[in-house]
Design a protein around this ligand. Structure first.
Ligand SMILES: Cc1cc2nc3c(=O)[nH]c(=O)nc-3n(C[C@H](O)[C@H](O)[C@H](O)COP(=O)(O)OP(=O)(O)OC[C@H]3O[C@@H](n4cnc5c(N)ncnc54)[C@H](O)[C@@H]3O)c2cc1C
Length: 317
């Protein structure tokens, strides 16, 4: 007999773990978390630099936590430890290296969850796969010869490089300030100021600019990239081209439309359609976390979504 899970959660980031923990605390058992990476929280592991400060009120959005997960400011490492402990304390089943292809409703209250070569059965499915599986890429082509010098995370960055960070949000600013300790860093942003950042990051970037640790290239857009002498030649609309050792884009992520479409989940304006309980057009399939936000959410928002879904499922029983 094939086991039927009460809840199959796709993606073990903050929103997925919160949905699992809050459901567990509401008395639900037979919960499985399916994570495509080697460990939970792939976004935090890949995109956060080591020792990064983790703000509860990310991007300046103040969020009151609704549920029973007490999340506070910390670092990348303390945040990962925090989620490790949550998983351990609630004896949740986490299947790693398990990429879900799509979900299919078989009948009322029964779903097939397709993993390569395997099918899981679940009564409810929560899709919390975030938006960073596919980071936003520039519209212009990146020549193959410089692909190793163009990145979307800090992986591969070395010391004493001339680096251009592209973007003006919190992630871009944090990358630029961090890299400036050991590199010659410029930041290119199409607007004139970093007003989208939270106050701490605005202070940090303004300080770094004032002390010539980061060179701002503001109100400027990039027209394309070329290779020259093994370096990245950046072509700007508003100024002369310039050579860099490395270009790092921090311009957010994209909606996983392929997954949504193949599972029959409707999408509108770059987001899956859902009701106030985060239930999609398919009864029994819910969405939570960054996937519900057009331009990225936060850990605290994901935790609240998880609590809302768990509470709704309890009430519905
Ligand atoms: C550089 C950077 C810095 C940030 N700093 C902060 C901060 O300081 N504070 C803050 O609150 N927020 C911060 N954020 C935002 C925060 O990381 C996100 O809002 C949060 O991680 C979203 O949680 P999530 O669970 O929705 O998605 P994610 O954290 O993206 O998790 C999704 C998970 O799903 C997995 N997955 C994807 N597809 C599949 C599939 N098909 N099958 C199985 N698993 C799958 C992924 O591997 C991943 O582990 C930052 C983001 C970035 C990029």
């Amino acid at each position: 007999m094939q086991k039927v899970y009460e809840l199959a959660i796709i993606g073990a980031g903050p929103a997925g773990i919160a949905t699992a923990v809050e459901s567990y605390l509401h008395g639900m058992r037979d919960i499985v978390l399916l994570e495509k990476d080697q460990n939970h929280n792939a976004t935090i592991r890949k995109y956060y630099k080591d020792n990064k400060r983790v703000d509860k009120d990310w991007k300046g959005q103040e969020v009151d936590l609704d549920g029973r997960i007490y999340f506070v400011d910390g670092t990348k490492e303390s945040t990962l430890d925090f989620f490790d402990a949550l998983l351990d304390q609630h004896c949740l089943e986490l299947k790693t290296q398990t990429e879900v292809q799509n979900v299919e409703k078989i009948k009322e209250g029964l779903f097939h969850v397709y993993i390569s070569g395997e099918v899981l059965y679940a009564k409810n499915v929560i899709v919390t796969i975030g938006r960073m599986g596919k980071p936003n890429k520039p519209s212009y082509k990146i020549p193959p010869s410089i692909k190793k010098k163009v990145a979307f995370t800090l992986d591969g960055s070395e010391i004493d490089e001339k680096i251009l960070v592209v973007g003006g949000g919190d992630s871009a600013v944090e990358y630029a300030v961090d890299l400036s300790g050991k590199n010659d860093v410029s930041i290119c942003y199409r607007r004139e100021s970093f007003h989208r950042c939270n106050p701490t990051n605005q202070t940090n970037i303004n300080y770094a600019i004032m002390h010539h640790q980061v060179r701002p290239i503001l109100a400027t857009q990039i027209d394309g990239l070329e290779e020259e002498d093994g370096k990245v030649k950046v072509l700007f609309y508003e100024k002369e081209p310039e050579l860099f050792d490395r270009v790092v884009y921090a311009i957010g992520g994209t909606t996983p439309s392929g997954f949504l479409h193949s599972s029959g989940i409707k999408e509108e304006n770059g987001k899956p359609v859902h009701d106030a309980n985060y239930q999609t057009n398919i009864k029994g399939i819910f969405v939570a976390g960054d996937i519900t936000q057009e331009s990225g959410g936060s850990i605290a928002l994901g935790l609240n979504h998880g609590y809302a879904i768990a509470s709704y499922l309890k009430k519905r029983k």
